[in-house]
Design a binder for this molecule. Structure first.
Ligand SMILES: C[C@](O)(CO)[C@H](O)COP(=O)(O)OP(=O)(O)OC[C@H]1O[C@@H](n2ccc(N)nc2=O)[C@H](O)[C@@H]1O
Ligand SMILES: Nc1ncnc2c1ncn2[C@@H]1O[C@H](COP(=O)(O)OP(=O)(O)OP(=O)(O)O)[C@@H](O)[C@H]1O
Length: 278
């Protein structure tokens, strides 16, 4: 299990798609989305110090396989700002996991460089990655367009357990496996939620359209969803983003903590994090 406190511009929280409706496709192949996005209190930590040449060192429990060269979104973000720094990334989130690990790291790099240089972040961060605009905002939002159209959303804090079965799922391949690309959007405006129970009741009527193609590519996602749904107090279980990370929502934080403990004892190979989404 992993637990971090949520503070500072270098904190790169996990992004969770509580809903993810695919409503169309642009001429360039990118898909139009309608998604409720929330952020966890688990995440990576990025630090930066001024340096004449950009560099990156990656360490931490999920560092294995994460590139330290120009392929890393942190260095791509620095190049997009035309700024330089020596970065250190403490990696806690699994990669290619549907929780925007790389995107959240890139957003943290933009925030840190902005504070360091006084420059604003780029006007179109979605060019670097569709999840980067919402990760730059790092608070609950309704996300539309390909990820660049954002409206802040008031969500009650939602106790949750995140689970990744440690299989990587490439985002592009999951979009390519969609049977339909013109699915219904969410209602507009969205309802307001006074407490977790109301929010969960609404979310249960919505969808993640990427779940069927991701489950087909990685059947272990079915196993994760079944295990989450069997946990005491779990009110809703669903996949985030293009997978394979899934989440269960609870009405009480203590239930999420206990559920994570039970699950970690039964599935030692899975990445499991109790958290609160907001
Ligand atoms: C699935 C989500 O995580 C939901 O929040 C995002 O839409 C994906 O965001 P991301 O990982 O930052 O995605 P990008 O790195 O920009 O794109 C990876 C690939 O996913 C596909 N892609 C991504 C976003 C989008 N709106 N439509 C797409 O079709 C494209 O094939 C693209 O080549
Ligand atoms: N800072 C980074 N952390 C992890 N992976 C990175 C990073 N920068 C680049 N990558 C590369 O990006 C790939 C996708 O990782 P990432 O964690 O961004 O995906 P994801 O969680 O599925 O994102 P999303 O939820 O936006 O679809 C990895 O396989 C890795 O090679």
């Amino acid at each position: 299990m992993t637990l971090l406190s949520k503070t500072g511009p270098g904190f790169a929280p996990a992004k969770i798609n509580l809903t993810l409706h695919v409503t169309g496709q642009r001429g360039d192949g990118f898909h139009l989305l309608d998604s409720i996005v929330a952020f966890a209190d688990v995440g990576d930590r990025l630090s930066a110090r001024p340096a004449p040449v950009p560099s990156l060192r990656v360490h931490g429990p999920m560092a294995a396989g994460v590139p330290e060269d120009g392929r890393n979104l942190v260095l791509k973000a620095a190049a997009a700002m035309g700024a330089s720094a020596a970065f250190t990334l403490e990696k806690h989130l699994p990669a290619a996991a549907g929780i925007g690990g790389g995107s959240s790291d890139a957003a943290a790099a933009l925030r840190l460089l902005s504070a360091m240089t006084g420059q604003s972040p780029p006007d179109h961060p979605e060019v670097l990655g569709a999840d980067i605009p919402v990760c730059l905002m790092a608070r609950a939002a309704r996300m539309r367009g390909i990820g660049e159209v954002l409206s802040p959303l008031a969500l009650p804090p939602l106790p949750a357990v995140l689970v990744n079965p440690r299989v990587e799922v490439p985002t592009g391949a999951v979009f390519a496996g969609l049977a339909r690309k013109d699915n219904a959007p969410m209602p507009d405006p969205l309802p307001t939620f006074d407490d977790p129970r109301q929010a969960i009741a609404f979310l249960a009527t919505q969808r993640n359209d990427l779940e069927p193609p991701a489950r087909q590519a990685q059947p272990v996602i079915d196993e994760v969803l079944t295990a989450l749904r069997a946990l005491p107090g779990a009110a809703l279980a669903r996949m985030s983003g293009s997978g394979a990370t899934c989440f269960a929502l609870f009405e009480r934080p203590d239930d999420a903590t206990e559920a994570a403990r039970l699950l970690a004892a039964a599935h030692t190979g899975w990445w499991i994090a109790p958290t609160c989404l907001s």
